[in-house]
Design a protein around this ligand. Sequence first.
Ligand SMILES: Nc1nc2c(ncn2[C@@H]2O[C@H](COP(=O)(O)OP(=O)(O)OP(=O)(O)O)[C@@H](O)[C@H]2O)c(=O)[nH]1
Ligand SMILES: [Mg+2]
Length: 201
Amino acid sequence: MFTLMYGLWEYLFRKDVYQMLILGLDKAGKTNVLEHLKTMYTTLVGLDPGKILPTVGLNVGRLDAKGQSIVLWDLGGQPALQSIWDKYYAESHAVIYVVDAANPARFAESKAAFDRMRSSSQLAEAPLLVMANKQDLEGAVGVPEISEFFGIGKTVPPDAPPMKVVPVCAHTGQGLKESIEWLVHAVRISPRLQRLRVSSA
Ligand SMILES: Nc1nc2c(ncn2[C@@H]2O[C@H](COP(=O)(O)OP(=O)(O)OP(=O)(O)O)[C@@H](O)[C@H]2O)c(=O)[nH]1
Ligand SMILES: [Mg+2]
């Protein structure tokens, strides 16, 4: 009886760890986002931007935000590395997609990678946060332009997963707290959370 009750208690109240992917083209600023988040939400000091190299493979960071344990998976964005992104989809709760908002010349390429990611059924119902990064740079476009280019409009179907675009600067940390807090809330109320719990039980 105790075992049964304990199993039920654990099933209902165990502390989930939210797995979040950080995706986007090479040089979009993903690793700078991860390192700045470490500085903001852990006792560690994230790497200085000048010391961050292009990612060959992936970087992982663990932090607590809004009372929630989160593991962030920063996957390399170079074309050859994009082909392994989908290996991480099935077990992820949410996606952060980073766009270099100051480089419109690569928007079409970024949108193509974004569309490939979104078309995966393995990410069904996963909340999606798009970071319009590098807002400190002159010419960086804002939320309306990124939303329109990436098709994150007001006319999304009612069953679409929650999506949001946030202006950020990975160097200063602008927009990172808002992004993480929105994602934690979105995952908490997402049907995907329950589905992943069941499939990992
Ligand atoms: N001005 C400015 N530069 C940034 C910002 N975020 C990243 N960068 C710069 O953009 C370049 C690429 O940053 P990374 O974080 O390495 O990019 P990445 O998306 O991880 O790239 P890959 O690892 O190749 O996939 C570096 O020179 C960063 O310093 C930002 O908010 N503002
Ligand atoms: Mg990187």
